[in-house]
Design a protein around this ligand. Structure first.
Ligand SMILES: [Zn+2]
Length: 207
C-alpha cells in the first residue's frame, strides 16, 4: 500500500481500487499521516455538488453517511447546506491553495489514476485544528447505490462517502477490517454491521 507523506498543510488521503480476487472491487486508501487534527467545534458546514443534490440515490447515500457519523458520535456533526454553486477550492484540485467551502463533490476529469476512487484533503493548522476540508469522488468510477445488493463488481458509494467523511472528521485508518475506516471497502452498501473506533471518534467530537 502506498504511503503518502503528510503535507505541511494538507493531509491527503486517497483510495485505490484493485481487484485481487477478480470478483470484488475493493477500495484501498493510503495512510494519512501521524497527526490527528480535529475540528474542535460542531456542527461543521458542508456542501455537496449539484451532481449529488440532483441525483436522489447519491443524495440519499450522502445523507446516510452523515447520519452514520452523527449516530455513532451522538451529536450533530454536519450542517449540510446542499449545493455549493461554484468551485469549492482555488488552485489545483489535487493541491488546492485554499478550500473555499467544505464540499463533497464528484470530480471529472479525474486527475488521479483511474483506479483511485476518492480523496479527502484536510487543511489543518500546526496546532491540529482543522480549518477546512474537501472530499473529491472519482466521477468516472463504477459506483453502486444504496445497499448494492448483488452488485459485487462495483464500489458502494454510501460506504465511500462514509469512509471519506470519516477522514473529513479527522479519523485515520484502522487495522480492523470490520471498521469503516479500514483501508479496504467491503462489498455491499449496508452500514448496519460496520464499526468505528469509538474512542478515536469521541476524542475528535468531544465538545
Ligand atoms: Zn481512507
Amino acid at each position: 500500500m502506498d504511503r503518502h507523506p503528510k503535507h505541511e498543510v494538507f493531509m491527503i488521503c486517497q483510495g485505490r481500487l484493485f481487484n485481487p480476487l477478480m470478483i470484488t472491487l475493493v477500495l484501498v486508501l493510503s495512510a494519512c499521516g501521524n497527526g490527528r487534527p480535529g475540528w474542535g467545534k460542531f456542527p461543521v458546514t458542508i456542501y455537496s455538488d449539484a451532481t449529488i443534490t440532483t441525483y436522489p440515490q447519491a443524495q440519499s447515500d450522502l445523507q446516510d453517511a452523515m447520519n452514520f457519523w452523527e449516530q455513532q458520535s451522538g451529536q450533530k456533526i454536519f450542517d449540510y447546506r446542499g449545493t455549493y454553486n461554484g468551485t469549492p477550492y482555488t488552485g489545483d484540485v489535487q493541491h488546492p491553495s485554499s478550500i473555499v467551502a467544505n464540499t463533497i463533490f464528484f470530480q471529472s476529469p479525474w486527475p488521479l489514476a483511474s483506479a483511485v476512487v476518492g480523496q479527502t484533503i484536510v487543511n489543518s493548522t500546526s496546532s491540529n485544528q482543522i480549518q477546512s476540508a474537501m472530499v473529491m469522488i472519482n466521477g468516472n468510477a463504477a459506483f453502486c447505490w444504496g445497499d448494492c445488493i448483488g452488485q459485487y463488481n462495483q464500489t458502494s458509494a454510501r460506504k465511500t462517502f462514509t469512509h471519506e467523511l470519516g477522514h473529513f472528521i479527522g479519523l485515520a485508518h484502522t487495522q480492523d477490517n470490520t471498521d469503516i475506516m479500514y483501508p479496504q471497502i467491503t462489498p455491499g452498501g449496508s452500514l448496519t454491521t460496520v464499526r468505528v473506533d469509538s474512542a478515536a471518534l469521541r476524542e475528535l467530537t468531544l465538545q
